[in-house]
Design a protein around this ligand. Structure first.
Ligand code: 4NP
Length: 159
């Protein structure tokens, strides 16, 4: 099994969006028996909560199911997961600070790195919609980011 983890700050807006959209993309590619997807937040304020109403309504509009609950990122995730992807630079820094060089298996990157390389997205970070909104923009970035990530994983694992 290939395990993919998306990490943001609260795990209620951006990483659940990426989690849901990427799960749908994996399923559409017929790879859901090979790729498992999860998300987490670096902060613990929303542990156990459902996704933000903005994320839920945007996903619903696009007919993408999601029933995940927020959980906090832990250093062990770098052992359990093969890909750990920060939604913005501060999430990425947090992941790297918890990075134990002797005990990790994960490829750690900014989530949009793959779409940047593919030339489908110019932004390098997914902006936080928690205070200012912009959930549709997050969805659009996450859709293109997920496509490029899936292409990368398929290439690496010859899927
Ligand atoms: P997220 O957005 O990191 O995309 O889930 C946020 C959610 C909650 C908070 C900040 C960002 N917060 O400060 O509670």
């Amino acid at each position: 099994m290939i395990n993919v983890l998306f990490v943001c700050l609260g795990n209620i807006c951006r990483s659940p969006m990426a989690d849901a959209v990427f799960q749908a993309q994996v399923k559409n590619a017929g790879l859901d028996d090979k790729i498992k997807v999860d998300s987490a937040g670096t902060g613990g304020w929303h542990i156990g909560e459902t996704a933000h109403p903005g994320t839920r309504s945007t996903l619903k509009k696009h007919d993408i199911p999601y029933d995940g609950r927020a959980r906090q990122f832990k250093p062990d995730d770098l052992i359990t997961f093969d890909y750990v992807l920060g939604m913005d630079a501060s999430n990425f820094d947090h992941i790297q600070r918890n990075f134990d060089k002797d005990a990790h298996n994960a490829e750690i990157n900014l989530f949009l790195h793959y779409a940047n390389e593919a030339g489908t997205v110019t932004e390098t970070e997914v902006p936080d919609p928690y205070y200012t909104g912009g959930f549709e923009h997050v969805f659009s970035l996450v859709e293109r980011g997920g496509e490029a990530l899936l292409n990368h994983i398929r290439k690496q694992h010859k899927l």
